[in-house]
Write a new protein. Structure first.
Length: 418
C-alpha cells in the first residue's frame, strides 16, 4: 500500500472549492496576536498553543533548560528528528524559549514576555505562577489587556481544586476524575472502566480554552480589558455526559456502558459486514423499517416496531435484537448495504413515509483514510518529508475562505525548536 494517494484530477466543482479555500495570498485571523505558552509536560496546553498558532498567532513556548519532558513521549519509541510524535505535532511553528524559573533573573525575562503579550496559556501546576508572582493577579495589574487561560484538573478554585493542585494533570487522570470510562465498553459483561482511545479530556479542554480565548479577544475589542479563563479538564469532558446524565434520570437508574448501544435508541452502532465494517444509524422508525427491508427480516418488526421498543434501557432485551441484526449484516458486503440504503433514500417520497433509508456508511481504517483522495482535495492531510521520511499529519481544521488556518512545516526540523 502506498503511503498516500496523489490527486491527479479534480472535478470543476472541486477545483472551484479548492481555489476558494486555498491559502495563497490570504491573511490569518490572529496575525499580530502574541501568545506565551507555559505547559511543561501538559499536552493540553500545547494543543491550545498549536490551535492559536494555526490561526496565525505568534506562539512562544516556555520550557525548562533541558527542554519539555514531553519530547520523549511517543508510541513505540518512534520519533521525528529525535522528537516524540505528540510533541512534534502540537509544537510545529512555535518559538521555544528555555528559562529556569527557579532563578530570579529568568523570572524577570518571563515577566517581560507576559507584560508584552496578548494571551498567556498557563498549563503548569495551579498556583505555581502566582507563587512566583507571575500569575494572573500580578500580570493583569500591569497589563490589564492580558487574556490569561489556565488549564488544570479541577480548575483554580474550590476545595477540590486545592486538594488536587499537586497532582500532575494527564488525560488519563482527567478521564478517571470525570467518570467517562464508566460508560465505555460492552454493557453485556461485568463493567470494567475503559479509557477513551484518544486524549479526549485534553482535546476537549484545549478546544474549550481556545473558544474562550477567541471570545475574550472579541470582548476586548469592545471593553479594552482582558480576563481570566479557568478551564478544568473535568468540566471540559463533562459536556459528553449531557445525554447520559439526563437519560439516567429518565430511566431511573445508572446509565450502563455504551458498547453496541446509543444514548437512547437502537441500532446506532458498527457492524461486521462480509468484507469489512459498517456503521448503521436508524434515527427514525421508518429508517428501522428500511433496515429490515434491506436485510429481509420483516419478522422482527412486530416486537421492535417503535422507537420505544428499542430504547437502550433494557440491555438484555436489546442484545437479542443485536444478535439477529449482526447475523444478517454479516451476509452482505459493504457495497451491497450502502447501495441498498442509498436506493431507499432516493425512493419516491410517498414510499419514504413508510420505509426510510437507514444511514449506512463504511467504517474506514486509518490506512484507508490516508489513501482517500477526498482528504487531499480538502487539504485536510498534510504531506511532507523530514529526515528523508515521508510523513502525513493532520492539517489545520479551520477551513475559512478568507482567513484560513494553516500549518507550515520547514524542512529543517531543528529550526522549529531552537
Amino acid at each position: 500500500m502506498t503511503l498516500y494517494l496523489k490527486v491527479k484530477k479534480m472535478s470543476k466543482r472541486d477545483e472551484l472549492l479548492a481555489k476558494l479555500f486555498s491559502l495563497e495570498g490570504k491573511p490569518s485571523v490572529l496575525e499580530g496576536i502574541k501568545v506565551v505558552e507555559i505547559s511543561k509536560s501538559n499536552l493540553s496546553g500545547s494543543m491550545v498553543g498549536a490551535l492559536l498558532k494555526e490561526l496565525g498567532a505568534e506562539v512562544l513556548k516556555i520550557e525548562p533548560p533541558n527542554g519539555d519532558p514531553a519530547k520523549n513521549i511517543s508510541p513505540y519509541g518512534v520519533n521525528i528528528g529525535g522528537i516524540g510524535i505528540p510533541y512534534f505535532i502540537e509544537n510545529i511553528g512555535k518559538k521555544i524559549i528555555y528559562l529556569d524559573l527557579e532563578l530570579e533573573e529568568e523570572r524577570e525575562k518571563l515577566k517581560k514576555l507576559l507584560l508584552s503579550c496578548d494571551v498567556v496559556v498557563d498549563a503548569v501546576k495551579p498556583g505555581y505562577l502566582d507563587s512566583i508572582k507571575l500569575g494572573y493577579q500580578y500580570i493583569s495589574n500591569e497589563n490589564p489587556r492580558i487574556i490569561y487561560v489556565a488549564i488544570s484538573p479541577y480548575g483554580h478554585f474550590t476545595r477540590k481544586a486545592e486538594e488536587f493542585f499537586n497532582v500532575p494533570d494527564s488525560d488519563l487522570t482527567a478521564q478517571a476524575y470525570n467518570g467517562y470510562p464508566s460508560i465505555i465498553g460492552d454493557p453485556r459483561i461485568k463493567p470494567i472502566p475503559l479509557r477513551a482511545g484518544i486524549w479526549a479530556a485534553w482535546m476537549m479542554a484545549a478546544i474549550n480554552a481556545v473558544i474562550g480565548v477567541l471570545l475574550a479577544l472579541y470582548e476586548r475589542l469592545r471593553s479594552g480589558k482582558g480576563q481570566f479563563i479557568d478551564v478544568a479538564t473535568h468540566d471540559a469532558l463533562a459536556i459528553t455526559h449531557k445525554f447520559p446524565v439526563l437519560v439516567g434520570f429518565l430511566f431511573g437508574k445508572s446509565r450502563p456502558a455504551y458498547g453496541f448501544l446509543d444514548y437512547i435508541v437502537y441500532p446506532f452502532s458498527i457492524f461486521k459486514a462480509k468484507n469489512g465494517y459498517v456503521s448503521i444509524a436508524t434515527p427514525f422508525d421508518t429508517d428501522f423499517r428500511g433496515l429490515l427491508k434491506i436485510i429481509k427480516r420483516w419478522d422482527l418488526e412486530p416486537d421492535w416496531k417503535y422507537g420505544i421498543d428499542r430504547l437502550s434501557d433494557d440491555i438484555d432485551r436489546l442484545a437479542e435484537l443485536h444478535k439477529e441484526i449482526c447475523k444478517e449484516i454479516a451476509k452482505y458486503s459493504i457495497e451491497e448495504l450502502t447501495r441498498r440504503s442509498e436506493s431507499l433514500r432516493k425512493g419516491p417520497a410517498r414510499l419514504r413515509r413508510l420505509i426510510g433509508g437507514p444511514i449506512i456508511v463504511k467504517a474506514y481504517t486509518l490506512k484507508e483514510v490516508i489513501n482517500e483522495k477526498h482528504w487531499y482535495i480538502r487539504n485536510s492531510l498534510l504531506k511532507t518529508s523530514i529526515d528523508n521520511k515521508d510523513i502525513i499529519i493532520p492539517n489545520s481544521p479551520f477551513k475559512m475562505s478568507e482567513t484560513p488556518g494553516r500549518i507550515t512545516i520547514q524542512k529543517n526540523n531543528q529550526r522549529f525548536y531552537s
